[in-house]
Design a protein around this ligand. Structure first.
Ligand code: TMP
Length: 216
């Protein structure tokens, strides 16, 4: 099973991914957690270029192709082999991020991006996508605090430095994707407590696992 987590900055994706991993491992599953950008060795180099505040002049099309390159490498080298080995793969961001950020956020053509994503994922779409939804004001405050705590202000912060309006567009982009793919993308309100969100996520994942594997 391939699960992806999506959402704007500061929705608590990493926390929820760690909790879900522990929940699945307690049931006996082998779980691989990974992320985009940066889930492969080459992707880690691309991530530095993509997120560095030094690269404010990266143009939207170049940015797009770097994300797609990261994805193609990650799918081929990490995600597909892990799934083939019987692991559950949980990925922090995937193809929907490109539609939300580069189309809704940056204004690139959405249909063009769907086609390019199709090439990058090479037929491998998630079985389930959890969209953690939060108001940009709340999310950005959390993200900026987290980056400060982790000392990331210079190395990574190109997106946190974007305007509130940008993040509001990204959020709407995600919601429109959830309407377009209602079976795959499940929206979870990320304004609640960590435990409430984790319970909602567990329920969605457990029920999709039952659908895929049949009842015990
Ligand atoms: P994160 O891994 O810390 O969430 O940061 C990744 C950043 O990259 C985040 O701001 C969203 C952005 N992003 C895109 O703009 N397009 C993409 O396709 C992906 C995967 C991420």
């Amino acid at each position: 099973m391939f699960i992806t987590f999506e959402g704007i900055e500061g929705t608590g994706k990493s926390t929820q991914i760690a909790l879900l991993k522990a929940h699945l491992e307690a049931q006996g599953w082998r779980v691989r957690t990974t992320c985009e950008p940066g889930g492969s060795r080459i992707g880690a180099e691309l991530r530095r270029v993509l997120l560095s505040l030094e690269n404010r002049d990266l143009c939207p099309r170049a940015e797009l192709f770097l994300y797609l390159a990261d994805r193609a490498q990650h799918v081929a080298q990490v995600v597909r082999p892990a799934l083939a080995a019987g692991e559950i793969v949980i990925c922090d961001r995937f193809a929907d991020s490109t539609v939300a950020y580069q189309a809704a956020g940056r204004g690139l053509d959405e249909n063009l991006l769907h086609g390019l994503n199709e090439q990058a994922v090479d037929g491998l779409w998630p079985d389930l996508t959890i969209l953690l939804d939060i108001a940009p004001e709340a999310g950005l405050t959390r993200a900026v605090e987290r980056n400060r705590a982790e000392g990331k202000t210079v190395a990574e912060g190109r997106f946190e430095a974007e305007s509130l309006a940008f993040h509001a567009r990204v959020r709407e982009g995600y919601k429109s994707l959830a309407r377009r793919f209602p079976q795959r993308i499940q929206l979870v309100d990320a304004a609640g407590s960590i435990d409430q969100i984790a319970a909602a996520v567990r329920q969605l994942v457990d029920s999709r696992l039952t659908d895929l594997n049949g009842p015990e």
